[in-house]
Design a protein around this ligand. Sequence first.
Ligand code: NAD
Ligand code: ZN
Length: 380
Amino acid sequence: MSSTKGQVIRCKAAVAWEAGKPLVIEEVEVAPPQENEVRIKILFTSLCHTDVYFWEAKGQTPMFPRIYGHEAGGIVESVGPGVTDLAPGDKVLPVFTGECRECRHCKSEESNMCDLLRINTDRGVMLADGKSRFTIDGNPIYHFLGTSTFSEYTVCHVGSVAKINPDAPLDKVCVLSCGISTGLGATLNVAKPKKGQSVAIFGLGAVGLAAAEGARLSGASKIIGVDLNTSRFEQAKNFGCTDFVNPKDHDKPVQQVIAEMTGGGVDRSVECTGSVQAMISAFECVHDGWGVAVLVGVPNKDDAFKTHPVNFLNERTLKGTFFGNYKPRTDLPSVVEKYMNKELEVEKFITHSVPFSEINKAFEIMLRGEGLRCIIRMED
Ligand code: NAD
Ligand code: ZN
């Protein structure tokens, strides 16, 4: 591996040239890592809604050509100057948000919102010099979320890379670098249900099912899955959901339905939809006196959360979380360990798999709303 250190690597990458147009596999040049950067050989990557959302570029400033991808696993190929805690050969997960370990957030036990490396969807270049490490015939291609994993090689800031157990199978644990850890952490780190408590999960996509998995790991006795799409219910049983509510089946507000099912409200709720209406219901459906609701979904730009303040006075708590409150470098390795010691099941999130040459199929599967995660295999 060290033979490529310090040199430009030519490899294949899936380039998005235009919004909403199929990616094109191109030969790209990947520059060596600069100060505090590492170059990673990506072995497996998967597709998340955020990639599709920014590729469609309906709401935000378009930035093309760009290399998407942020859920992945790989091996460090080489490290730049100043990198001391990663070395060639290390097994790693690149993460869309980082941990510099020096800012006030990183120094706080309570925060994972690093000042330096917090998610930035508008930055398409590296921090060290404001340039891209990807080029085609010398012309720059933009990065995405500091990860750009739809490439055989990518360059990341060392603070956005988690070093994991060398025995971990990357074709499985690669999905832990975004949505699954977000949902899991929302329950385990923020909602924190006690054994035997009841938990409502709003939205049964990959994030919500991971939140349900967290409730299952916590020993919750009743896990109520709430979704507008009844076809999500069968699958959710594998993630610990014991009861289901489709708000469309009822004339009264879903919070009232849940209160009636649980003798006054659930102990905990986790919202994973992005719908502000579901956020309000998730808050209002928790029990007075002790109930805690956690918001995970990303709302629309102009949304406003409206509830009567007496819901707070009656001792309900509302919280929100980013990346399940996990610090990427410090905490993600322990999530991988949960999989390694068979506490956490990851396989059930992986419903599809395609070779890199067929990456556009992964987009089609997601756009059709099928399955949970499609793994993209870089080496065949
Ligand atoms: P998804 O689209 O696969 O699943 C969302 C589910 O919510 C769908 O099944 C949908 O039918 C359901 N739903 C929508 N509106 C609803 C309503 N009013 N009531 C009940 N169910 C409703 O999405 P996902 O990939 O699982 O992500 C879920 C959310 O989490 C998204 O908003 C995503 O942006 C967000 N997210 C947040 C973080 C974070 O750090 N906070 C990280 C990753 C993803
Ligand atoms: Zn920081």
